[in-house]
Write a protein that binds this ligand. Structure first.
Ligand code: NAP
Ligand code: GLV
Length: 325
């Protein structure tokens, strides 16, 4: 299809089982002034999206399964985040481009969170917060950053940014990816593939999970992997909840093998009130806030992806569905 055939006024549907997507509307109105926007999310029903055959693009976070398969005019699917697992989980997903967000601000937000998580535990900040509660002036032992090894599983857009930030502080950083990496700066060593996983893990005083959720990575953070980490290791999961085998984490913490965990993503979100993670003394929970992307960035990237798809070019944010990310 040529540029001239591009519809000027696409119909864009916002889908989510979990999120009220109305916060995106002002930005999409600015970027697609002629578009028809159909808001979705927990406060909306399928009736708000009619007629389904007029929809050109879906923008989503945890879309309702089976709905996109009933949109015969659909041209592409845009995730509001970096991950697309919430889209590829739809068993009736139509064979269309699925695009993700790649955003430098999202990467710096993630680097800030990960540096906080690492330094918080490595510099005993919980002990200082306890001391303050009883007005006690008490120093904790300091291990220099260069002697603390931080491993990042997933050395992609976000993982690489975190690796640079941690190396700049002075941590001994290593990364693990699917394929080999070249040209990494000094101070960041790299491992790849299942054959190098155990070597990678054996040098992680902190392990940060920044993998996409795929068939290969689901459940990776389980008993087998924990057993290969050094005693006392800290696990930071900023990937997805389903990377983690929850009972295996509790067991590894309670046995004393793992020193702590900082968790931002959960199999069930919001995390149920009675979930043991909330009250575990060595688990820090945050509500999937490690990083965010501004609505205007999402709208602009959706536009360049949409234009590329309509003109037959590869969309800049397109994912490889065979790989799963
Ligand atoms: P990305 O650029 O696609 O990078 C993914 C990295 O994971 C790549 O280095 C890739 O290896 C590696 N990888 C994939 N499958 C692997 C496997 N089987 N074995 C080893 N390494 C594997 O993704 P990103 O933008 O950095 O985002 C990563 C994930 O972060 C997202 O998918 C999402 O789940 C999560 N996230 C969380 C939040 C939050 O707030 N908590 C926010 C945004 C994103 P190659 O380099 O060899 O391809
Ligand atoms: C958030 O988790 C994202 O995938 O951007």
């Amino acid at each position: 299809m040529t540029e001239t055939a591009m519809p000027k006024d696409p119909t864009i549907a916002f889908l989510s089982d979990q999120l009220d997507t109305r916060y995106l509307l002002p930005a999409f109105r600015e970027v697609f002034p002629q578009a028809r926007l159909l808001p979705g999310g927990t406060a909306h029903s399928e009736a708000d999206l009619q007629p389904l055959d007029a929809i050109d693009m879906v923008v989503c976070w945890m879309p309702q399964h089976g709905l996109m398969a009933r949109m015969p005019g659909l041209k592409m699917i845009q995730s509001v985040g970096a991950g697309v697992d919430h889209i590829t989980a739809d068993p009736d997903l139509p064979a269309l481009p699925v695009c993700r967000i790649v955003d430098p601000d999202m990467a710096s937000g993630m680097a800030a969170y990960v540096c906080w998580a690492v330094t918080h535990r490595q510099r005993s900040m919980d002990a200082y917060l306890d001391s303050q509660r009883s007005a006690r002036w008490q120093e904790q032992a300091v291990v220099p950053a260069r002697r603390h090894r931080v491993g990042i599983a997933g050395l992609g857009t976000l993982g690489l940014h975190c690796a640079h930030a941690l190396a700049a502080i002075g941590y001994a950083v290593r990364g693990w990816s699917r394929g080999p990496k070249t040209g990494l700066p000094g101070g960041i060593s790299s491992f790849h593939g299942p054959d190098q996983l155990d070597d990678f893990l054996s040098g992680c005083d902190t392990l940060v999970c920044l993998l996409p959720l795929t068939d290969e990575t689901q459940g990776l953070l389980g008993a087998r992997l924990f057993a290969r980490l050094p005693a006392g290791a800290h696990v930071v999961n900023v990937g997805r909840g389903d990377h983690l085998v929850e009972p295996d984490l509790i067991e590894a913490l309670d046995s004393g093998h793992l020193g702590g965990a900082t968790l931002d993503a959960f199999s069930q979100e919001p995390l149920p009130q009675d979930h043991p993670f909330w009250r575990h003394p060595r688990i820090t929970v945050t509500p999937h806030i490690a990083t965010r992307t501004a609505p205007l960035v999402i709208a602009r990237q959706a536009k360049s992806n949409y234009e590329a798809v309509l003109s037959g070019r590869p969309a800049p944010g397109a994912t490889d569905l065979a790989r799963g990310y």
